[in-house]
Design a protein. Structure first.
Length: 95
């Protein structure tokens, strides 16, 4: 059973939250979801690489009480009309 959902960017904030949750709640499962945001900033590849490295680190250190999924949202042609946080909020609702 999944206890908590974490929208995971692979940045320092979501990594810290994931690490602390996994370390302090070994009997609970964390649902980690990453949204591959493809936009004009073009940072998708680097973020995806970070996510993979961080999740591998967790597993290598016995912090494997999580379930991981990801989705892709490509809005590269839409400029100045939508913010990443709006997509994240929508996807959180959908999940």
């Amino acid at each position: 059973m999944i206890d908590t959902l974490l929208m995971f960017s692979g940045g320092i904030d979501s990594t810290f939250v994931a690490y602390e949750y996994l370390r302090n709640n070994p009997d609970k499962n964390l649902f980690i979801h990453h949204i591959d945001l493809r936009n004009v900033e073009n940072r998708s590849y680097c973020e995806n690489q970070s996510v993979i490295k961080i999740l591998n680190y967790f597993c290598e250190h016995g912090l494997n009480n999580f379930y991981y999924t990801s989705s892709v949202f490509d809005y590269g042609m839409i400029q100045n009309m939508i913010y990443d946080i709006e997509i994240t909020a929508f996807m959180t609702y959908v999940i």
